[in-house]
Ligand binder design. Structure first.
Ligand code: ADP
Ligand code: MG
Length: 341
């Protein structure tokens, strides 16, 4: 009976999807216990943390000069170590508070899903941050692998499985066989790029300035990658670029589709790249197995249709795409052999 037995019995086993837009936490035997935006609000002069998660996201674009709302993972890597650590600490502690006392005696074991493209240095930064944030042992898993496991793809089979995870800051495309990533492509284009494209379009065409939260709402409400039936219009509020007074304009779904074209093309190119890198036999498997979409970007209307048209492969949107990665960590936490000690 060694430390391994004690850790297995008494430490809490936590899986974290450290996303660029959202952070989700899974606790073994409990499920998803936390789901909040990856945003931290700090006081500029003192660097004091004022809010983390949902509360901090509501401040994005609305802060006075002395407060800064930061997304430390914005581009898919830790751009800001200190703030990422604060955020991880807050989320880990919040998840632990919901656990019975005997599950809080030892440091938790933490499995963190990280983007597949990150460097050794960045890997170390995530591990250090998680340790400083209170974790005992920390193990990393590549996010596309976690997503594939989370949506239930048969990753262990000797056959090609393609997963596309479209997050806020990045899109990760991976072909998985025999529980390993065989071909992959990661691009820094995701939901944020779609929001920026909407901001730029509305500014260019209507002279109206809108914020990121408004742009995201426009995307979610009427955004699409392919024409859909009964397309809607939406009244969008912002600030007139010239007169500097508040103004409303009515925007159609077709216009937003035009606005989104460029970033959508980048996503399609990433998929093509991954297909190019895929060994022929595994590429052949995709004809029958198709492509699985996960991440919040998978919810963009018509994206599956457009990808089918562009690749001639069947495309599926996973159930609850925003939870795919964290559910995958949850499945992996069932295995006791993922830990080094
Ligand atoms: P990450 O893993 O990078 O944290 P997520 O998988 O949580 O990202 O996805 C967040 C992104 O998904 C955001 O850009 C958000 O705007 C986008 N998103 C969420 N819901 C929808 C929707 N219904 N339609 C289009 N995009 C959406
Ligand atoms: Mg993600």
């Amino acid at each position: 009976m060694g430390t391994q037995f004690l850790a297995k019995m008494f430490s809490t086993h936590i899986g974290i999807d450290l996303g660029t837009a959202n952070c989700l936490v899974f606790v073994r035997d409990h499920g998803v216990v936390l789901n909040e935006p990856s945003v931290v609000a700090i006081k500029v002069n003192t660097r004091e943390v004022l809010a983390v998660g949902r509360e901090a996201k509501e401040m994005l674009g609305k802060t006075p000069q002395n407060i800064n709302a930061i997304r430390p993972m914005k581009d898919g890597v830790i751009a800001n170590f200190e703030i990422t650590e604060e955020m991880l600490r807050y989320f880990i502690q919040k998840a632990l508070r919901a656990m019975p006392w005997h599950k809080r005696l030892l440091h938790p074991r933490v499995l963190v899903a990280v983007p597949s493209g990150i460097t050794e240095v960045e890997n170390r930064a995530v591990k250090d941050s998680a340790r400083h944030a209170g974790a005992g042992e920390v193990v990393l898993v590549e996010e596309p692998m976690a997503a594939a496991v989370g949506v239930g793809l048969p990753v262990a089979e000797p056959a090609g499985n393609m997963i596309i995870d479209i997050g806020g800051g990045t899109t990760e495309v991976a072909v998985i066989s025999l529980s390993g990533i065989v071909a992959s492509k990661s691009v820094k284009v995701g939901g944020d790029a779609l929001d920026s494209a909407i901001i730029q379009y509305i500014k260019k065409v209507y002279g109206l300035m809108i914020g990121v939260l408004t742009a995201e709402q426009v995307k979610i409400k009427i955004g699409s990658a392919y024409p859909v039936k009964d397309e809607e219009t939406l009244d969008v509020k912002g600030l007139d670029f010239v007169s500097r007074v508040p103004k409303t304009v009515r925007i159609s779904a077709a216009e937003i589709r035009t606005a989104l074209q460029e970033p959508i093309i980048s996503i399609i190119e990433a998929v093509r790249d991954a297909l190019d890198k895929c060994p022929p036999d595994l590429a052949g498997d995709l004809l029958a197995r198709g492509i699985m979409l996960a991440g919040g970007g998978a919810l963009l209307a018509g994206l599956d249709k457009l990808l089918t048209e562009e690749t001639n492969l069947p495309v599926f949107v996973s159930d609850e795409p925003l939870n795919a990665v964290v559910r995958g960590t949850g499945v992996m936490l069932q295995e006791d052999n993922i830990w080094a000690n």
